[in-house]
Design a binder for this molecule. Structure first.
Ligand code: PMP
Length: 399
């Protein structure tokens, strides 16, 4: 009998399943709003000019591809730290931040989760309801029990800060709290500065361990502005984890460029923590890949390329904002049966549109427009060429 005869088929990834259905759809005006990727006005994933310039230099140098250190490229790790904590950060000066290159934001989360399992084997992990669909699976696969904390209030299309604080208060002390630092996926609803302070207060009082996930830095209000929550936690004196990603901000999805950063109490503690995180990495994939992090490090560490990148990221951010505004205005002009102005307040690539699963299904069946059943749409997949069909379809299905 085959070793695998009893292996059951795993459930399909809902978003990848959606992509497959989209590809198989033969309608010419079909639109895919289900993805989590930034497309430009022409509907393509951009290869940033700053990336192309750095790649030219790299190709020219014909650099050998030896193994990197387990923690990755030093110039990359330190550039990540400055981007997250600010170049004038006291924590960085005091050697209190440990950063390791990671296989995207996902790899950073998993390395962090595996390390936490050794530190706090019985801890509860809490993620927002709703959250990026991989958060739960990832912490469960690291061996944790994962709970939800309230986050989104459908009635106001805003945050449920009261429910969130109550839940954080009631969790066992020293729980691990996963927080989206900006551009919440899937809702697009972020906490205000004041709400962040209230969350921080509860986390401190309960001795919880914050795990900030920042996968969209620069897609909300700006590169510096979007790291506000990281700086707030840094100023608090707490120990915390940060997973970060350049998948979106550098449009380098397939290169797997991310980082895990941990805030410790001292330089000496950092050395011990780093030695243990390196063991986690060593037993998982030994050491990270060279290309993406080399490119990102050369861009971030060059005045000229960095300015180019900031401008390009600014263009992406602005295009998404323009699409939000156009979408809301077009829906209003069509006399849509609902006020969509909340979409303008949302941040980042996604919007919880408020469409029901039935309405999303009608959009697909009748109009060839694909969105996630939760009503999440990727605003970064809208453009001036598809906005009319999308808004007309929305107006129709909510009639
Ligand atoms: N966290 C969140 C909230 C995300 O939305 C994503 C990716 N969409 C990730 C982490 C993982 O990013 P990466 O593709 O760099 O692994």
């Amino acid at each position: 009998m085959s070793l695998f005869s009893a292996v059951e088929m795993a459930p399909r990834d809902p978003i990848l399943g959606l992509n497959e259905a989209f590809i198989a759809d033969t309608r010419s005006n079909k639109v895919n709003l289900g993805v989590g990727v930034y497309f430009n006005e022409e509907g393509r994933i951009p290869l940033l000019r700053a990336v192309q310039e750095a790649e030219k230099v790299r190709l020219q140098a014909a650099a050998p591809r030896g193994y990197l250190p387990i923690e990755g490229i030093a110039a990359y790790d330190s550039a990540v730290q400055k981007l997250l904590f600010g170049s004038d950060s006291e924590l960085l000066a005091a050697g209190r931040v440990v950063t390791t290159q990671a296989l995207g934001g996902t790899g950073a989360l998993k390395t962090g989760a595996d390390f936490l399992k050794r530190l706090l084997p019985d801890a509860t992990v809490a993620i927002s309801n709703p959250s990026w669909e991989n958060h739960r699976a990832l912490f469960e696969s690291a061996g944790f029990n994962v709970e939800n904390y309230p986050y989104y209030d459908a009635a106001s299309n805003g945050s449920d800060i009261k429910g969130m604080l109550e839940k954080l208060n009631s969790l066992p002390a020293r729980s691990i709290i996963v927080l989206h630092a900006c551009c919440h996926n899937p809702t697009g609803v972020d906490l205000s500065n004041d709400e962040w302070k209230q969350v921080l207060e509860v986390l401190q009082a309960r001795d919880h361990v914050p795990f900030l996930d920042i996968a969209y830095q620069g897609f909300g209000d700006g590169i510096y502005e979007d790291a506000e929550a990281v700086r707030l936690f840094a100023a608090s004196g707490m120990n915390f984890f940060v997973s970060s990603s350049f998948s979106k901000s550098f449009s380098l999805y397939g290169e797997r460029v991310g980082a895990l950063s941990l805030v410790t109490a001292s330089r000496e503690e950092s050395a011990r923590v780093l030695s243990q995180v390196k063991r986690v990495i060593r037993t998982n994939y030994s050491n990270p890949p060279t290309h993406g992090a080399t490119v990102v490090a050369s861009v971030l560490n060059s005045d000229e390329l960095r300015a180019m990148w900031e401008a390009e990221l600014g263009e992406m951010r602005q295009r998404i904002r323009d699409m939000r505004i156009s979408m809301v205005d077009k829906l209003a002009a069509l006399g849509a049966a609902r006020d969509f102005s909340f979409v303008k307040q949302q941040r980042g690539m996604f919007s919880y549109s408020g469409l029901t699963a039935d309405q999303v299904e009608r959009m697909r069946a009748e109009f060839g427009i694909y969105a996630v059943g939760s009503g999440r749409i990727c605003v970064a997949a809208l453009n001036n060429g598809n906005l009319d069909v999308v808004t007309q379809a929305i107006a129709e299905v909510i009639r």
